[in-house]
Every structure is written in structure tokens, then in C-alpha cells.
Design a protein around this ligand. Structure first.
Ligand code: CDP
Length: 786
């Protein structure tokens, strides 16, 4: 560490600056906002997955004292606001005119003086539906002759949202043909939900006197939302300089707060029409049933190898269920996200992957749930099939990985599917994980237990991540290039304010950004106030998701601080009456080379910037930097877990879990550890419990916390975390992102462990979530249930 505990630059486990307000209940979330004259909105939702709306009768609702208005599709149609673009440039209904496309779709909205009156009003609206045929299964939807779901799209003759592919199909097929063995596996990564603690909501406040719209909302990307609002509603007078998006404290986002949901737009329209602030806050069931989902990838994976285990080729064919519109939060050039990271940690010479995205009568989505755009699906596919291959070859899965890893000296490494991995040392991470968990001893224990009839499994996953979008030449969302920004102001007394275009949702940005600036300037991190989330004050940025904040805004913070340090140096030379070339820097202070006692602190330089600057120098001490990364960063890790299975109930217990992560240089080790702990829990959920499913009529199960099982601390083991450090060569301070690594790496580790526990019974694969019922059924079939 270059700085002491007072400055608290990089590498210090500084306690989070934001936590005192959270633990004292002093956070300021959207639902805490109260404005004079504020009204409340509740939404009437469809009970059908596909139906014609024959009539909306609002008379009973409007008779309820306090119910002021009902906004429906035809109301919005008058302003041409009944449809909106999705982040993937598809189209989505804000409110329907004649047809609903999924259970829980917004049908109309009731505005009332109180929240519960709005809810009563919503109950009193009578909607007459004519049910229509429903397509739930994406395989049926894509079959020739299936009824067209998006009849609104002129000339649409099928239900394909898009086809995307990467790699050389013919060469990969030929290489698979020539391989000694081919591990082939269907892998389904089901639809899940981010289930953040805070649901979505907003307070839309249109001030008709000023023509200014302020929206307090749960968004991870305030600037992008402002621009999209201006583009969509410019024709009704909402121009960008008159729109202010404020994203206050957010109780978890995980990608689910990137899209613009119909509720936000309806609230804005209602505020513009009625002229009063409108608050809309979803309840938990609305959040789980109607907001964008994640995953839902059906993958056929083939991995070829020589007899000795050398991997030769990988092919993945995917059917992706996108619901009734493609609302995926992916960069435009990558409709299937960064799925082509699927070759993982292995130097495959041949690979091909393709995705057919399909419409069905389900909620739209494809959010990158704690995942850099479909990386979770890609990692699950490769890391599962590597174990299938190991089983086929009767090789130890750790040994098979070690044999194949991209060698550390091959970085920067260009993958056959086009990515340039910046740096990595995969064998080191796996070796460390094996040493900590005591791999050999665990295998011995497993053997002994198996002999006694006990079920124990060991699962390995060595994942490669790809985070930090831009670079802007390849990455944009609806044309908005993906870069990010930082603005720093150092006040005369040497304290600072820093503003960012990103938005923390629990990641601790107020602390870590301050530490980055402290590292560069030597101003104590405790003296640096960090602000995000207000488009009227923060510099333009694309927001926080896909672990991009450290690779982009973190870099911007560092480079903006370096601009300030350069100015401080000129000021120090002026104050010390020497040349800049005669000055050396230590954290927080310039001093004359060879005369350490003669120097000026950064605080003295800041004061001089306002009180005693050299003639002709621009006063003040501020800098802004917009950072367009030259490449993505490629964090990685190796996870090993041990599971025990109850033969009576099929219940899986994760007994030990060792996670070795590498996110390059670490800003705050405690925060990184917290990110890993949370991410691992969000890996246990999908691996063992969580799924949003549908019956054939499109009714949802997993639509409330009664049947959407989010793990608690009881389902999680005591995490054993550690790290290796392989800095990113192109990032200003060698860091990579980390936020999502554990969510990406944990599910295949756990799935591999369960299959390993049952492998002697002939089990080669189980789709997640691996529920007790699935395991018990397998045990019964194998005659191994108790
Ligand atoms: O974009 P998001 O904040 O979700 O992800 P991130 O950039 O991976 O950062 C998550 C948290 O971990 C932030 O508070 C980062 O500053 C911190 N972090 C760190 O301390 N060191 C790293 N090398 C990477 C992230």
C-alpha cells in the first residue's frame, strides 16, 4: 500500500462511508420521497397470457372517493406514448390498446390521493377479456407454422426475435467430427429474477410552470434514461435540458433496474396530464412477475477432445426465450451479449456459437442479472460440459482443467471467437483453491463416504469474465456509446467533491471512488464526498451494471485526479519558487528533490489555486475525465465446493465453498470480499432454488416469495474467500471489475458438485435449480433413495 491509514488510498479495507446512514435507517430511497400534493398510482394487470381486451369499465373505480383518474392505452395513444422502444430497439407496449401478451402485463393505471385508494381503484376496474391461444414453449414458438406472436410487426411471419452467431460453424463441426471424444449435453439455464430488496418505482413530478420534469426513480443508468425519455417524449415537449432524473439510494439493482418499465412511463404521462407529482411503487409480486427476467437459455453444448483430454472444439446452439419482446439489456452490436466468451479459460482452436431468440407469451427481458450480458449462461455451458467430458474420459475435473488452461505466458490472448483477454493466470487460481480446500483429502473423504453409502460431491469451476463495457467503438446502447466519466472539484480547504455518471446500488462507490482519488492525490478518502445519480449535476455516463464501474468510472476518477495533481505540481513549484522538474511526489505532498523537509501538501496547493495562483493560471482546482476503455477487462476465478446430499429428501447442503477471485489490483479488499459473499449467495439461489416457471396457459409460478426461494444465510456455508492478483495491463491502476464474478462462477461449481456426488449412479447432468425433488427422483430411479 502506498498510502497510510489516514489517507486510506487503494488496498485499505476502509469501512463504507455510506453505511452509517443505511444502518441508522437514514437512507433516502424512492419510496421515502414525499412531495406536496403527491398522488399515487396502482396498476391493473392482466390475468391472461394472451387475450383480446374487449372492454375496460372504469365506472366503479371512478366512484371510489379519492380515485381521480384511470389512464389506459387509448389515453396514451393520443400522445403517441402507448408504445416505447426497448433497450434492444424492439418495441414494447406501455399500455395495450387491444391485446395483452403475458400474465401481469400492465392494462391500465389508477391515480388516487392515497396508495391504498389507488389499489382499491385498481381492484374495481372491470376488464372484459377474450382469451386467445398461448405459446409458452420457445421450441414450439420457433417451430414452422406457429401462430405469429408479434402481429403488430408488419410482415413478421415467424416468432424469431433475432439470430446471432460467432465463429466458424463448418470448421468447428469438422473438428468435432475428428475428435476422439465428444461430450454432448443439453443445458438449460432457467428464467430467474434479480429479486432485489427494493422493488422498482418512481415519483414523477412535472412542473407545468417551468415545463420541467423531475423523475426520482430506481434506475441504474440515470443519464441514459434521460436521453431515452427525451427521444421518446420530445414530441410532447419533454426536451432533455428540462428533464432531470434523480436516482437516490437504491436497494439492489443487479441489472433489473436498467430497463425502463411501463410503470415509469405511465407515471410520467400521468404527471404531465394531471400536473401533480405521481408516486408508483411496485409490490413484490408485481416485481417478480412483470419486471424483466434474466437467463432462459436452452443450450445444446458439444465439446470435443483428444483421448488424452486436450480440448479441440466447442459448439453451442441456443434457443433463447425472450418473452413477447426483446428487451434485453445488451450492447447493440451484441444481441446475445458477450455469450461468445463461452470458450472460457481454454485455448480452443475451433468454436462456434449461435443464438435464436424467440418470442413467447411471457414478460419481456433478458436483463444481465449480476452478469456482463449473458456471461453467466456461457460460463454455465462451458464449465458444465467440461465436467461431462471429464466424466467421459474418467479424468479428474481439476486435472482436466489444469491440462487445458490457456498458459499464463500467452497473455494478452486472442480467443478464437474474437476477444482479447488482457491478462490471466488460471492455473495459479485453481491451484490456490485446491490447496485451501485440501482437494486430495476431500477426494479421499468422498471415496470413503461413497463406500459407506453416503453422498458427497466436489465441484470445480474455473471461469473467465469479461467486464467493463466500452470500448465505445464496439459498445453502445441505442446508439449511446459506452464510456464513463468522473468530475472532481477540490475546494480551497483541500476537501473534495467527486461526481460520477455511474450509480451505486449497494456496491460502495462512495467509499471506493474516494479511495481511488485519495490514492492519486493524497487527500484523505474521508475528506472526499462522492455523488452519483443526479443528471442535473453528474457528468454524463452510461451507468452501473455488468461490473463496469471500476473498469470505466474508476479509471476516469484516477485520470481526472492525475490532471489535478499536474496542476497541483505547478502550484507547488510556484509556492516553493522552484522548477516543477525539481519536485518529487509522495502521497499528499510535493517536495524538493533531495530536501524532503521542503515541500507543499496537496491541501496547500488547493488553497493556492484559489488564493495565490501564478499570474495567468486559470484559478480553481477541478477536472473532468471521460474514459473510453481501450479494451474490456477479464477477471477470473476458480471455485471449489463440497456438497452433501440427503438420501432421504434429496436436499443438497453446500458444506464448504472456496472462492479464489482475481480482479487485478484491489481498491478495497473488504468491499471486494463483500461483493464475493453476496454474489456467491446469488449463485446458490439459481443453483439450488430459484426459477420463474410457467404452466401451459402462461400462469407464472415463482411469482411470489412463497414459491420463489431466495437463499438466506441458513442455506449458505461459511464462505472461504481469497484472491490472486493479475493486474489489467491497460487499466490506469490495473484493476478489473468484480461485482458479478461470484454469481457467474458459483452455479456451475455447485451443479458440478451435485453431479459428482451422483456420478457413480450414472448421473451426468442435472439442470439448475437442483431442487430436492429433482435429486430425490434421480435417487429413486437409481434405487439409491432412503
Ligand atoms: O459496476 P459495479 O460497481 O457493480 O462493479 P465493480 O466495478 O466490479 O465494483 C464493485 C465494487 O467493488 C465497487 O465498490 C468497486 O470499487 C469494488 N472493487 C474493488 O474494490 N477493487 C476492484 N479491483 C474491483 C472492484
Amino acid at each position: 500500500m502506498r498510502t497510510d491509514a489516514k489517507i486510506c488510498g487503494m488496498g485499505h479495507s476502509m469501512k463504507r462511508k455510506e453505511d452509517p446512514r443505511f444502518i441508522r435507517g437514514k437512507g433516502n430511497y424512492v419510496d421515502d420521497i414525499q412531495l406536496p400534493g403527491m398522488l399515487y398510482m396502482d396498476i391493473v394487470r392482466s390475468p391472461h397470457a394472451h387475450a383480446k381486451i374487449k372492454k375496460i369499465d372504469t365506472s366503479a373505480a371512478l366512484k371510489i372517493p379519492g380515485v381521480l383518474a384511470v389512464i389506459d392505452g387509448p389515453t396514451l395513444e393520443k400522445y403517441k406514448l402507448h408504445w416505447m422502444p426497448t433497450i434492444s430497439a424492439d418495441t414494447q407496449m406501455v399500455l395495450p390498446i387491444d391485446e395483452v401478451m403475458y400474465v401481469a402485463q400492465e392494462v391500465c393505471a389508477v391515480i388516487a390521493t392515497e396508495r391504498y385508494i389507488a389499489a382499491d381503484g385498481a381492484d374495481a376496474v372491470e376488464v372484459e377479456y377474450e382469451p386467445l391461444p398461448v405459446i409458452v414453449d420457445p421450441l414450439k414458438s420457433i417451430a414452422p407454422g406457429a401462430p405469429v406472436i408479434r402481429k403488430d410487426k408488419k410482415d413478421k411471419k415467424d416468432n424469431l426475435a433475432f439470430h446471432w452467431e460467432a465463429g466458424d460453424r463448418a470448421a468447428t463441426d469438422a473438428a468435432l467430427e475428428k475428435s476422439d471424444v465428444v461430450a454432448e449435453q443439453f443445458v438449460y439455464v432457467p428464467r430467474i429474477h434479480v429479486a432485489s430488496m427494493e422493488t422498482c418505482g418512481c415519483v414523477a413530478d412535472f412542473n407545468s410552470a417551468e415545463g420541467k420534469l423531475t423523475v426520482y426513480m430506481t434506475t441504474q443508468a440515470p443519464h441514459a434514461v434521460r436521453t431515452v425519455f427525451a427521444l421518446v417524449a420530445g414530441h410532447v415537449g419533454l426536451s432533455e435540458e428540462r428533464i432531470r432524473i434523480v436516482s437516490p439510494d437504491i436497494g439492489g439493482g443487479f441489472g433489473g433496474k436498467v430497463p425502463v418499465y411501463p410503470g415509469y412511463v405511465i407515471a410520467v404521462a400521468a404527471s404531465v396530464v394531471i400536473g401533480k407529482p405521481i408516486k408508483w411503487i411496485e409490490d413484490r409480486m408485481e416485481n417478480l412477475q412483470a419486471d424483466s427476467f434474466a437467463r432462459d437459455y436452452h443450450m445444446k453444448v458439444r465439446l470435443g477432445a483428444k483421448k488424452d483430454g486436450t480440448m479441440t472444439a466447442l459448439s453451442i446452439k441456443t434457443i433463447a426465450d425472450h418473452g413477447y419482446t426483446n428487451a434485453s439489456a445488451n450492447p447493440m452490436k451484441y444481441p446475445a451479449g458477450l455469450f461468445s466468451i463461452c470458450t472460457g479459460a481454454y485455448p480452443l482452436k475451433n468454436a462456434f456459437c449461435e443464438v435464436d431468440a424467440v418470442y413467447t407469451h411471457k414478460p419481456p427481458g433478458g436483463v444481465a442479472y449480476r452478469c456482463s450480458f449473458r456471461v453467466t449462461e456461457a460460463v454455465h455451458a462451458i464449465e458444465r460440459v467440461v465436467d461431462v467430458l471429464a466424466q467421459k474420459l474418467k479424468m479428474d475435473p481439476a486435472e482436466l482443467r489444469m491440462k487445458n488452461f490457456i498458459a499464463p505466458e500467452r497473455f494478452p490472448y486472442k480467443s478464437v471467437l474474437g476477444w482479447e483477454y488482457d491478462s490471466g493466470n488460471y492455473p495459479a487460481a485453481l491451484k490456490k483453491a485446491m490447496d485451501i480446500i485440501g482437494y486430495e483429502a476431500l477426494r479421499k473423504e468422498q471415496k470413503e463416504k461413497r463406500a459407506r453409502g453416503e453422498l458427497m460431491g466436489i465441484g470445480v469451476c474455473s471461469f473467465v469474465e469479461i467486464v467493463g463495457a466500452g470500448p465505445s467503438k464496439d459498445f453502445d446502447i441505442l446508439g449511446l456509446k459506452m464510456f464513463d466519466s468522473a468530475e472532481i472539484r477540490v475546494h480551497p480547504t483541500g476537501k473534495a467533491l467527486a461526481r460520477f455518471g455511474t450509480k451505486s446500488q449497494g456496491q460502495g462507490h462512495e467509499t471506493t471512488y474516494a479511495q481511488i482519488i485519495a490514492e492519486e492525490l493524497g487527500i484523505p478518502a474521508s475528506d472526499i464526498q462522492v455523488e452519483e445519480g443526479d443528471t442535473d449535476t453528474a457528468p454524463y455516463g452510461l451507468g452501473t451494471y455488468a461490473s463496469r464501474s471500476t473498469p470505466t468510472s474508476g479509471a476516469a476518477a484516477s485520470l481526472a485526479a492525475r490532471k489535478i495533481r499536474a496542476k497541483a505540481k505547478t502550484l507547488a513549484a510556484h509556492l516553493l519558487e522552484c522548477s516543477e522538474a525539481d519536485l518529487d511526489w509522495e502521497p499528499g505532498r510535493f517536495f524538493v528533490k533531495g530536501v524532503p523537509g521542503k515541500g507543499k501538501t496537496i491541501q496547500e496547493c488547493a488553497f493556492a489555486a484559489y488564493t495565490n495562483m501564478p499570474q495567468g493560471m486559470e484559478p480553481g482546482m477541478e477536472a473532468t475525465h471521460y474514459y473510453d476503455p481501450p479494451n474490456l477487462t477479464f477477471p477470473f476465478g476458480s471455485y471449489i465446493c463440497a456438497v452433501d446430499i440427503d438420501r432421504g429428501t434429496g436436499e443438497v447442503k453446500v458444506r464448504r465453498f472456496v472462492a479464489i477471485d482475481d480482479c487485478g489490483n484491489i481498491i478495497n479488499p473488504m468491499i471486494v470480499q463483500g461483493q464475493i459473499h453476496g454474489g456467491l449467495a446469488q449463485g446458490v439461489g439459481p443453483a439450488l432454488y430459484e426459477e420463474i416457471g410457467y404452466d401451459e396457459d402462461g400462469n407464472v409460478f415463482g411469482g411470489s416469495f412463497l414459491d420463489y426461494y431466495v437463499p438466506t444465510s441458513l442455506e449458505c456455508p461459511k464462505w472461504e474467500t481469497d484472491h490472486t492478483i493479475t493486474p489489467s495491463p491497460h487499466h490506469p491502476f490495473g484493476a478489473k471489475g468484480v461485482g458479478e464474478s461470484a454469481t457467474v462462477g458459483a452455479p456451475p461449481a455447485i451443479a458440478n458438485a451435485v453431479v459428482d456426488a451422483l456420478s457413480h449412479l450414472g448421473v451426468t447432468h442435472i439442470d439448475i435449480p437442483i431442487t430436492p425433488e429433482k435429486v430425490w427422483t434421480l435417487l429413486r430411479k437409481a434405487g439409491a433413495a432412503e
